[in-house]
Design a protein. Structure first.
Length: 178
């Protein structure tokens, strides 16, 4: 219990520190609205409630919305049924102006953390990541594209080392806008 409290206190302290930097040296700048940025506004793609159309995923529901104020990050919270009960996960989509890349940070129900870097494609986004080195290196590629009638198609692929891409999963989502 003490360890949980210590972690919570560190998170609050970190949040306070980040908030103090966000206003810059000029306290008046904290009251100025952020200018809308086209790359950030592209994240509106994820806004809404999502369900998976494919069989076997009937209990899946994900809701994505802007982090309050600023329109800089989309936060997605998913809830789904497994054989062992309900699970939840959290995902955050952002745009890194320094590298001109989109970022995805995913936090799984069992403690897994995933970070992917992406770019826009004509009807969606394309994200990649890799882990390991040498012959044990595994590359991942995730493509999400707008389809007809509110449908969104995804393809998850992996490749070992420099080997060919192998499709791991194709899913079709149905999205409703808020």
């Amino acid at each position: 219990m003490q360890q949980v409290m210590a972690i919570a206190i560190r998170r609050v302290a970190l949040a306070a520190l980040l908030a103090s930097f966000s206003g810059g040296a000029n306290p008046e700048s904290a009251n100025l609205p952020l200018e809308r940025s086209e790359p950030h506004e592209a994240l509106a793609f994820y806004e809404g409630t999502w369900t998976i159309v494919n069989k076997g995923h009937e209990g899946y529901r994900e809701t994505c919305s802007w982090l309050a104020e600023g329109r800089r990050h989309i936060v997605c919270r998913a809830r789904y049924q497994t054989a062992n009960g309900f699970r939840e996960s959290l995902g955050v989509y952002s745009f890194d102006q320094t590298s001109s890349e989109y970022l995805y940070h995913g936090f799984g129900a069992r403690g897994g953390v995933m970070i992917e870097r992406g770019r826009r494609i004509p009807k969606g986004f394309h994200f990649t990541s890799e882990r390991g080195t040498g012959a044990d290196r595994v590359r991942t590629r995730f493509t999400i594209e707008e389809g007809p009638q509110g449908r969104v198609n995804t393809v998850s692929e992996t490749a070992k080392a420099d080997g060919p891409w192998v499709v791991e999963e194709k899913l079709e989502y149905l999205r409703t806008r808020p």
